[in-house]
Design a binder for this molecule. Structure first.
Ligand SMILES: [Zn+2]
Length: 444
């Protein structure tokens, strides 16, 4: 098995097809499991041979690839990896890849990285036409992209590179833009002039900048964005302002997250949860504080295993994402799992035994006009706290009298918990981001 053996770039189907890879996307569960078992049987020895961290983890429990001969064996016996294990390996070995890199540098298509919002930015090596590209091509097709269309490609740090090869399966023309406010005029101008079919990706900062632009210029955004059929919204929970803006402009929103960094996961047009491509990753959904699977549809931790990645595959990687996941087929006809992200395991704060995640606080903060940008942090010195503490950004030069009380009231009305609220100017919180995404939970 070679890294250089790329996924085949087959011709796209007829434009009227709902699916880019119909056979895989709608595969019945038994066949999908067979495909997973076959890919896993190749992946496990490959990774064991090349990944120092995986070999160390398996050796520690006395397990060898030959001991695992089925999917059942694998989920029964294979040890877990998590962020801490990767970080510890990285520190001890001074290997920036944390012992996960399985390919030679010259075999890689590009070297991206995670955003580093909650710690170190982690390198994300990618092979030619790896799972990121395969998954994203299907998602772009579902979003309505067809050969010849233009796509506004907005990235906040270009941390995944320009990713030109993302556009070779469906020949699309990308317009590369920065997500920052400074590039917003270019985005509007490009949208008006080239009428891209899709904007990938937008977030609350882009929405903020679009609204400020419209206020400043008096320009009607509905007119400027008229050609955009869909936006892919990613990186953070969507504010209701964002929803209102795109609804008013008649632009469909499809949200995006990652499948434990194996590939992206984007909602289909039915908007019934992120689709997890299970031919690219073995997806498990486990008790966040244990090893047993939780029921379909219940709250659990997302655990992923790469099935096709040759660059830096992960094996039973506990993502720290608390999700609700179901394998019920979607209305779009796809058979793969769908999930919603509720938060990070490490972001959960237990206030008087009650679980609070940033998404629980979000709607209350943004309901107060002076804090409507929802720039806030949960201050969490420990997992369990007596009191909910929030640091909240406000839009004025000085906070209006009573504002902290208004925010506390709004949170209390929603959660039944009265928080302690510290107000700071929005700009101060924006500085904490890398650069447009702020950590939502902080120790102090
Ligand atoms: Zn669907």
């Amino acid at each position: 098995m070679s890294v250089r053996e790329p996924q085949r770039a087959t011709e796209p189907p007829a434009p009227s097809s709902r699916y880019l890879d119909a056979v895989i996307e709608t595969m019945a569960r038994p066949e999908l499991n067979e495909l997973q078992a076959a890919r896993l049987a190749e992946m496990v020895p490959y990774v064991y041979e090349r990944s120092a961290l995986v070999r160390q983890t398996w050796t520690a429990v006395g397990l060898k690839p030959g001991d695992v001969s089925s999917l059942e064996d694998f989920v029964e016996r294979a040890p877990f990896l998590d962020k801490d294990a990767v970080r510890a390996f990285r520190l001890a070995s001074r290997d920036p890849f944390g012992g996960l890199l399985c390919a030679e540098p010259e075999e890689l298509a590009l070297l991206g990285s995670t955003s580093g919002t909650t710690g170190d930015a982690t390198p994300l090596p990618q092979q030619p036409r790896g799972p990121m590209v395969v998954g994203l091509s299907r998602d772009f097709w579902e979003a309505g992209c067809r050969p010849g269309d233009m796509v506004a490609y907005l990235m906040f740090t270009f941390r995944a590179g320009h990713g030109i090869e993302r556009f070779d399966r469906i020949p699309l023309a990308p317009i590369f833009l920065d997500q920052g406010g400074a590039d917003i005029e270019t985005f509007v101008e490009a949208a008006r002039r080239f009428r891209p079919k899709l904007a990938y990706t937008v977030n609350n900062v882009v929405v903020h900048a679009l609204e400020a632009y419209s206020e400043r210029t008096g320009e009607d955004l509905a007119d400027a964005l008229a050609g955009i059929e869909a936006v892919i919204f990613g990186g953070e929970p969507m504010s209701s302002r964002a929803r209102r803006l795109f609804d008013r402009c008649g632009v469909r929103i499809q949200e995006m997250t990652t499948l434990g960094d194996v590939c992206g996961a984007i909602e289909c047009r039915e908007r019934a949860g992120y689709h997890a491509w299970e031919d690219l990753a073995l997806v498990e959904h486990l008790d966040p504080h244990g090893t047993e699977p939780v029921e379909d549809g219940a709250r659990g931790e997302l655990v992923v295993t790469s099935l096709t990645d040759r660059a830096a595959p992960v094996i039973r990687y506990r993502t720290d994402d608390i999700v609700e996941l179901t394998r019920m087929p979607c209305a779009c006809g796809r058979s793969h799992a769908r999930f919603r992200v509720l938060g990070r395991k490490g972001d959960e704060v237990l206030v008087d035994g009650r679980s609070v995640l940033p998404r629980d606080v979000w709607p209350a903060v943004e309901a107060v006009p002076a804090t409507a940008a929802a720039l806030f942090q949960i201050v969490r010195p420990a997992r369990e706290c007596d009191r909910l503490r929030l640091r909240v950004g406000h839009s004025g030069d000085t906070a209006a009298a009573g504002l902290a009380g208004d925010v506390a009231d709004a949170v209390h009305a929603r959660l039944g918990l009265r928080p302690e609220v510290e107000l700071v100017p929005e700009q101060e919180l924006l500085r904490l981001g890398p650069p447009h995404k702020i950590p939502r939970v902080t120790e102090s």
